[in-house]
Design a binder for this molecule. Sequence first.
Ligand SMILES: [Zn+2]
Length: 196
Amino acid sequence: VDCVVCETDVNAAALAEYTRGAAFGTDSCAYVTVGTGIGAGYISHGSVLGWGGHPEFGHIRLPHDRVADPFPGCCPYHGDCLEGLASGEAMHRRWNRDPRLLPKQHHGWTLEVHYIALALANLTYTLTPQRIILGGGVGARLPRRQLRTAFAEMLAGYATSAQSAKQAVHYIARPHFRHSGLIGALMLARTLSSAD
Ligand SMILES: [Zn+2]
């Protein structure tokens, strides 16, 4: 090995989905993972935002109604940032149960949809990706129809056509690859080795 490059898993995942996956054919996409933690990678015209680093999307601040949701959040730095409120870890602590064991009709999913829709609306207005790929263990379990409805309600009609309620079904997509991060890392390694 004569070259070692570090890249984050979300950037690699975004690259894989942009190049060959669910964002193929777009000019820009964001890959958001909601699992034990929350993170995002963003690609525009083939370039990763924050190369060698990544946006700290998991730590953005959201409105937190402490009456509706008294859980204080679990981020060691911020308490109730996005990750503190909506990561798998947060769900686990709030409901005292692994989110994988939370029934589909449990209120916890409605709350989760609310927070993730807020986060995706912020992402949309900040970076205007042409597509958002939502991955991660919790992301995969989120009720999509509810999420798209909540997301469209939050945009309240103020969006480009790609993000409109009608198009939201394509706008918030599932990952094409099961292991986007690994595939993206391989793509990156191939690109770098052929550039030598
Ligand atoms: Zn935080």
